[in-house]
Every structure is written in C-alpha cells, then in structure tokens.
Design a protein around this ligand. Structure first.
Ligand code: SIN
Length: 486
C-alpha cells in the first residue's frame, strides 16, 4: 500500500536550531525509508558537529529565560503541547508507521503514550519542592532547593521514535532545562513533527533544538564533549551507552541510560494459562519484538511446558504480518534488513544447537525487512538466544523445574531491565520478585509501561528512571543554602 505523507503539514525535513528550521551546513540530505515497502519517503537534512555545537549554544542562551519562568508558565506550555499532540494523533501515527513500520494501532498507542509523559510532567513541574534540614550548629539554617541541571542532550532510538523523545523532553522542560535532541537516523520524522507542535504550543526559540544527521559519531561526539551540556540522556544499546558514558566522563556530565534488556518471562505451573499466554504474546511480539522490555527468554515450568508451547504457537499463527498502514496488519516489519539478518543468525544458531522450530524460523515473504513470527521449543541456556537481545519476533522457550533454577536462569545475564512472572502463589510472588535482579518486575502483567511508573534498569541495562514522581530528579540538581549568623 502506497502512503503519501508529502502533504502533511507535520512533515518536516529540516533541523531545528534556535527557533529556526534550517538545512545542513553542507546542504547534504539523507533518505528516510518505509521498511514495509522499501519506498523512499523523503530526504531530511544531514547535520553534523558544527550544527550540533550551534544547537547547544542556542540551548544555553535560552536557558536563563526558560528556567526563569514560573513552574506554572512551563506547565501551561506543556499542557498545550499535550493537547496539540493528541489533536494530531492520527497524522502523527501515520508518519510514525510510515518511517518505523509498526502497525497503525500501535503507532496511535505510541503517540498517546508519549503524550502521557508530556501531561504527567506538566503536572509534576509544579511539585518540585525543596527542604529545610535542622542544623547541627546554633545560629544556622540549612535550606535545600532543586534547580534545573542546565542544557540536556538527548539521543533517542528508532523503535519508539515519538514516545522516547517525549519522555525525555517533557521532564527536561518541566524542570526548567533546555534540550538538544538527536533522533535516530532511520526515524527522524516523528521527532521533527512533535518538535513543530511544541513550537506551536509556545515553547520559546532555543528551548528545544533537533539535530538530524547520519553521523552519530559527529553529533554524539559534540554532545558529549561540549562543556555546556550538563546532562546526557540516552535510550539505545548497551555498547553505545557505555561509549557515551566514557565520553561524558571528561566533562563529568550527569547521564541517564536506558540500555539493552534480556527480559525473562517466567511461567510457573500454577499460573493462569490464559493470562500467561496473553502476557507472553503482548510482551514478546509488541513492535514485532523490537522493544528493550520485550520478553527475550520465555521460561516455562516443566508441568505446563508442552501445553504452553502448543497454545502460544496456535495464537501466533493467527498474526497478520504486513505493511503497518494496512488496517488488518497486526505485526509489521523489522526496522531494516540488517535487523532481519541479525535475527536470522540467532535463530539459525539456536536451531544448529538443537532448538526445535515450532512455527516460523525463516525470513518473511512480505519484503526484505520481514521475519516470520517464530516459536523455538527446547531452547537451552547455552544458546545465543539466551544471552543476546533478539530484537525480533522470536520466542525461544526454555524449560525449568524449580523456583531456584528459574531465578538463577533469569539472573544469569549482564542485563537487568524488565522481567515478568506468572504465578498465583503469593509467597512465590514475593520471593521471586525480590530475588530478580531487574529494575522492573511484572507479576501476572506484562504491559507495565506508563507515565506513572519508574521505567529503568539495573546492571548493564542502565541507570536513572524515566516517568513517575522519580523521573524529574534526573533533570534537577540539589543545592544546599546554609544560612549562618542567625
Ligand atoms: C523501549 O523499548 O526502550 C521502551 C519500551 C517502553 O517504554 O515500553
């Protein structure tokens, strides 16, 4: 199905620096493709280091004005931004699906999900409280105030090109920070369209800047080296996150890192099987398996293993894989051919090591970016699919006997983002939840994400939390004012 976004007012192809929509200095451009069809959608500016530096300087210049506004003034502008995003939900979703591939219903959900952070932080902006601490000496008072950290740089991924940016810009602006954003090269259009709406909502020039370009090294290099940037927030892979943290060390920037995951979903014999199947379907196959919190390792207790495999395969065989812009599509393509190659390698290697293909196990026929929804039974911890983030529609199913074995298997990874358990035993719920080395545990629930929860990981899955009452802290400094001589 051909889709034209050419006439959309929200289709922006330039970068945003200091309130101006500008070309790259080189006048160079880079193509954005629809992964479902391979069709080139549009050319966008290909910016680099110099433009990033100017964007950072613009953000620095805008900081006194923005941080000097009252919390209510900032909150009102964020509320307007929320309204505009929701008023344009359908068109934003179509742009998202066209560049990213996920089905329209998921794209609409993502727009609402991103907007929910804008609304939430519009509200939280007004609740940044300080503290008064009893002094240890006579004649003193200790006051603690919270101040915006300064210029923030944000680097966001292609799997949630709208929501991941909204959940970084919203708390930054709520706290009084200004921001320079670098969306993923594959999916810049969603970022540019919501930045346009932010401008229309009254966000002043320089407060949000968007640098679009194919050289992550040039843009990320400037963001991490420039001393004007006081915080870097990143969502993406663990290797890139580690590199960015190293680069940020020279100027001792604050970092928030939302990195890779290797989520276990542990289904015990006493689980409600319908609930567990439903939870596994949602969490494994959301965005065709391309989320950091997708179940990566499906771990099923021996007593229900065969029944679970059979029922999961029956459900997955009903998926309608195709172009996300078609109403009937339930699952879209992967982001590009490289991603398909990576998934194919992991499946082939698991099969070579003894995994049994119950469903799928091959590239899709719909186009170069498709891989068939796949169920692999008899998966073993020695396989690559146990250790590596699959980021595709492949469910390897592992068997376990005891709680201790399940916990040990689940924790046998350097990652620690999301985890899920299905059981109806209260004692087990507590024991296993506390033993799992993860930032988030879903109990009889896999759709855990929302603006009200602290989203984030432990171990090599990152640091910092996004959303919730904790999310604003990542954008605030805590300052002591000690009054003496009283
Ligand atoms: C991610 O995959 O990084 C984000 C998923 C979510 O927010 O639910």
């Amino acid at each position: 199905m051909a889709f034209s976004i050419q006439n959309s007012e929200l289709l922006v192809t330039k970068g945003l620096i200091d309130g101006q929509w500008v070309d790259a200095d080189s006048k160079g451009t880079v193509a954005v493709f629809n992964p479902a069809t391979g069709e080139e959608l549009v050319q966008v500016v290909d910016m680099g280091e110099a433009e990033t530096r100017r964007a950072i300087e613009a953000a620095n210049k805008a900081f006194p004005l923005w941080s000097g506004k009252t919390a209510k003034e900032r909150s009102d502008i964020l509320e307007k931004w929320f309204d505009l995003i929701m008023a344009n939900q359908d068109e934003l979703a179509a742009i998202l699906t066209a560049e990213q591939g996920k089905p329209l219903f998921e794209a609409k959900g993502e727009i609402a999900y991103g907007a929910s952070y804008v609304k939430w932080f519009a509200e939280e902006a007004r609740r940044v409280y300080g503290d008064i601490i009893p002094a240890a000496q006579q004649g003193r008072r200790n006051l603690v105030i919270k101040q915006p950290i300064g210029v923030v740089a944000a680097i966001t991924p292609w799997n949630f090109p709208s929501a991941m940016l909204a959940r970084k810009i919203a708390p930054a602006l709520a706290a009084g920070c200004t921001i320079v954003c670098k969306p993923a090269t594959e999916t810049p259009l969603s970022a540019l369209s919501i930045a346009l709406l932010a401008e229309q909502a009254g966000v002043p020039a320089g407060v949000i800047n968007v640098v679009v370009g194919s050289s992550s090294r040039a843009i990320g290099g400037e963001m991490t080296a420039n001393p004007l940037v006081r915080k870097l927030t990143f969502t993406g892979s663990t290797p890139v996150g580690k590199l960015l943290m190293k680069q940020c060390a020279d100027t001792v920037k604050r970092t928030s890192m939302e990195l890779g995951g290797n989520a276990p979903i542990i289904i015990f014999d006493d689980a409600d099987l319908d609930q567990a199947i439903n939870g596994a379907l949602i969490s494994k196959f959301r965005n065709s398996g391309q989320t950091c919190i997708c179940s990566n390792r499906v771990m099923v207790q021996a007593g229900i293993y065969d029944r679970f495999v059979e029922r999961l395969a029956a459900e997955v065989s009903q998926f309608k894989v195709g172009n996300g812009l078609e109403e009937s599509t339930t699952h879209g393509p992967l982001v590009n051919e490289k991603a398909v190659n990576g998934v194919a390698e992991l499946v082939d290697s698991a099969v070579a090591d003894g995994a049994r293909v119950v469903l799928g196990g091959a590239r899709g026929e719909q186009g170069a970016c498709f891989y068939q929804p796949t169920i692999l039974a008899d998966a073993k911890p020695s396989m690559r699919v146990f250790k590596e983030e699959i980021f595709g529609p492949v469910a390897p199913i592992f068997k376990f006997e005891t709680d201790e074995e399940a916990i040990a298997m689940a924790n046998d990874t350097e990652f620690g983002l999301a985890s899920y358990i299905y059981t109806n035993n209260l004692k087990r719920i507590w024991n296993v939840s506390e033993a799992l080395e993860y930032g988030m545990v879903g109990v009889n629930e896999t759709a855990i994400s929302s603006e009200v929860i602290p989203f984030g990981g432990v171990k090599e899955s990152g640091q910092g939390r996004e959303g919730s009452k904790y999310g604003l802290d990542d954008y605030l400094e805590t300052k002591l004012i000690c009054l003496g001589g009283l």
